[in-house]
Design a protein around this ligand. Structure first.
Ligand SMILES: NC(=O)c1ccc[n+]([C@@H]2O[C@H](COP(=O)([O-])OP(=O)(O)OC[C@H]3O[C@@H](n4cnc5c(N)ncnc54)[C@H](O)[C@@H]3O)[C@@H](O)[C@H]2O)c1
Length: 350
């Protein structure tokens, strides 16, 4: 039986990961979701899961920097696998205030690794979920490979780079069984609407302005979130200890193209009322400092070694995402109005 500690499971990717794993026919284990519930953590994303899987899903409000709380979880639930998502994840916020990024992403990861060292006899795998942003920016050509040098630009990517190095060092120095995935930009259900795609979907639905940094020429490689979650699961099950796997969608798009696609698909589903085409709502705003020009992933290693391939194209994934945000108006309303935070305050003492 697997006893998996998922950190940051109330966030966007963690919540999708927990949903995916519990839906597996042959999953016999338990999931313990430890999340401190920052603004990005929303237990309502798993409210149905908590009811349906009450016997094998448990939520604990805990900060990964709180070593005592994390140790209690590891002991009490006999944790043998850790899948580490918890992080401060928004680049813009890291520019405005890097402190929390250093604490959670670096110190928090360090605390977990120390516990892995202490509980080495029961721990089979520590999987660290990381980003392609650690590699810095590409020019017009080239792809990030697992052996590309690290060259992070923002406090966010620098903090993730530091945590990746710590994870590798704990493998090399103490023999902790680790794997790392560096993934490109995700999109899909339950993403907090400060990130590009949900922000544009919700603004475009309400026919509000669609702010795009610079001229919208920055290129990202987009991956539908459930494809990322499946990759993580495969790495945890079949990946070799000490290895890093790049995960990407073979789907490079300029930001402007992404926003235009959202506009055009929404026009198709629901004609706008205040403009002829939603593209007219796009406005270009001052670029953010250190905005990397292009990220692109070479994911041939995970394709070759673990036979993982993305199941969704950008076209199919973005249609699913649009449909999800249009159907889940209650979730959207509660997140945007901040009502989910009042619920957290009522249910969990700080
Ligand atoms: N979103 C992407 O496109 C993307 C791509 C590649 C990698 N990643 C990585 O995947 C992971 C998850 O990303 P996401 O987009 O789901 O992030 P998110 O911001 O949506 O969720 C982060 C979660 O971590 C929790 N958290 C934050 N600080 C914590 C702490 N100190 N203790 C416990 N919980 C804490 C938050 O409450 C939240 O639930 C991150 O490590 C991120 O770096 C994200």
């Amino acid at each position: 039986m697997e006893n998996i500690l998922v950190t940051g499971g109330c966030g966007f990717i963690g919540a999708n990961f927990i949903r995916g794993i519990l839906a597996e026919d042959d999953f016999q284990g338990r999931i313990i979701n430890a999340d401190s519930l920052t603004y990005a953590g929303n237990p309502e994303s798993l409210a149905d899961i908590a009811e349906i899987y009450a016997d094998c899903y448990h939520f604990v409000r805990a900060d990964i920097c709180d070593i005592k709380a994390m140790e209690n979880i590891i002991r009490e639930y006999g944790i043998d696998t850790i899948c580490h998502f918890a992080a401060e994840s928004h680049v813009d916020r890291s520019i405005a205030g890097p402190d929390a990024f250093i604490q959670t992403n670096i110190v928090g990861t360090f605390r977990l690794l120390e516990l892995c060292r202490k509980y080495a006899n029961q721990l089979k795998r520590f999987h660290h979920v990381s980003t392609d942003e650690v590699y810095g920016s590409l020019g017009a050509q080239g792809l990030f490979r697992e052996d590309s040098p690290y060259d992070p630009s923002s406090p966010y990517s620098a903090s993730k780079a530091a945590s990746d190095h710590l994870v590798r060092a704990y493998h090399t120095t103490y023999g902790i069984p680790v794997t790392i995935s560096n993934c490109s930009n995700n999109y899909g259900p339950y993403q907090f609407p400060e990130k590009l795609i949900p922000l544009m979907i919700l603004n475009a639905l309400e026919e509000k302005s669609l702010p795009v940094y610079g001229q919208g020429l920055n290129v990202r490689d987009w991956l539908y979130v459930t494809d990322h979650c499946r990759a993580i699961r495969m790495i945890m099950e079949k990946g070799s200890s000490g290895e890093t796997y790049n995960v990407g969608g073979h789907c490079e798009k300029q930001n402007l193209e992404v926003v235009q696609t959202v506009c055009d698909l929404l026009d198709e589903i629901k004609a706008p009322e205040t403009v002829v085409r939603r593209r007219e709502l796009i406005t270009f705003v001052k670029d953010r400092p250190g905005h990397d020009l292009r990220y692109a992933i070479d994911c041939s290693k995970i394709e070759r070694e673990l036979d993982w391939h993305p199941a969704e194209s950008f076209e199919s994934g973005i249609r699913k995402t649009l449909a999800w945000y249009m159907e889940n108006t209650e979730w959207v309303h509660r997140v945007r109005s901040g009502e989910y935070l009042s619920w957290i305050r009522q249910h969990y003492s700080a």
